[in-house]
Design a protein around this ligand. Structure first.
Ligand SMILES: NC(=O)c1ccc[n+]([C@@H]2O[C@H](COP(=O)([O-])OP(=O)(O)OC[C@H]3O[C@@H](n4cnc5c(N)ncnc54)[C@H](O)[C@@H]3O)[C@@H](O)[C@H]2O)c1
Length: 261
């Protein structure tokens, strides 16, 4: 029986998961949680130092992980990233296209260079992760794609024009992927967090003119009255990736403390 004292079980035993942007924040928390739940992890990041740290955390806890350096906006590097994942663990069951960047500003404040960078790192990356990931999931008879969107992809947020465009694209793309591959038992789910306290957010708060007020303003955006944690998102991702989430596809996991209700 599942989860009894006699036979403790883990949710992702025998699975291999590739997670992009796993050097910090939500990606790292998910990598560590998925490893604890039995998955072998391919940690992808541009930053070799933080990526290697995530691998070390997993290995120190008794899990298995390999680091692959890749720029997820670059097609050749994404193709090589999946080759490296197969070389490391022989197969792939779960792809979490998580890496992304945030460029703030209105349309007037955003340049075409900003747009191209935002779309490349946050939307083209997800397209490539699906394009090159699907054949590997198909080879396993099915699998799960998790795509990182944001509440900014489903509601208006001040000063996030091109970020919102990229995340809205992730929402549409994920639904289309879910439709196209449902017959092949490949599920695709998009995740919409609100304000999650990752190192980049902490830095943004602490470098503002009034960090106390800045924190209060971020907290007030969520009716639940606090910032989210990377683990809040990681546990939602775990549910979607595991057998318990097997009836989810083409839908949102909205992890937002009520921000978009
Ligand atoms: N933190 C939040 O409040 C929040 C809210 C909603 C959505 N998100 C989304 O969650 C995802 C993760 O955000 P986070 O705040 O946990 O982490 P982060 O933004 O602090 O870091 C993202 C990671 O991605 C890596 N990365 C950036 N560009 C890359 C590239 N081209 N190729 C490979 N790796 C790259 C970085 O090195 C870093 O390790 C992002 O897509 C972000 O838009 C975050």
């Amino acid at each position: 029986m599942r989860g009894t004292q006699e036979e403790p079980t883990v949710r992702l035993a025998g699975k291999t998961a590739l997670i992009t942007g796993a050097g910090v924040g939500i990606g790292r928390a998910t990598a560590v949680l998925f490893a604890k739940e039995g998955a072998d992890i391919v940690v992808v990041d541009l930053n070799e130092t933080t990526g290697a740290e995530t691998v070390q955390i997993i290995v120190d806890a008794g899990g298995k992980a390999a680091f692959v350096k890749a720029d997820v906006s670059n097609e050749a590097q994404v193709a090589a990233m999946f080759d490296a994942a197969i070389a490391a663990f022989g197969k792939l069951d779960i792809v979490f296209n998580n890496a992304g960047i945030v460029k703030q500003g209105t349309v007037e404040q955003s340049s075409v260079e900003d747009w191209n960078q935002q779309i490349g790192t946050t939307l083209t990356s997800v397209f490539l992760g699906c394009k090159y990931g699907v054949p590997l999931l198909r080879a396993q008879g099915g699998g799960v794609i998790l795509n990182m969107a944001s509440v900014a992809g489903t509601m208006g947020i001040v000063n996030r024009a091109i970020y919102s465009a990229a995340k809205g694209g992730v929402v549409g793309l994920t639904r289309a992927v879910a439709m196209d591959y449902a017959p092949e038992k490949i599920r695709a789910v998009y995740i919409c967090p609100a304000t999650i306290e990752t190192p980049s957010l902490t830095e943004r708060i602490n470098s503002s003119p009034d960090p106390v007020e800045a924190r209060k303003a971020f907290e007030a955006r969520q009716p639940i009255g606090r910032l989210g944690t990377p683990d809040d998102v990681a546990y939602a991702a775990l549910f979607a990736a595991s057998a318990e989430g097997s009836f989810l596809t083409g839908c949102s996991l909205t992890v937002d403390g009520g921000m978009s209700m």
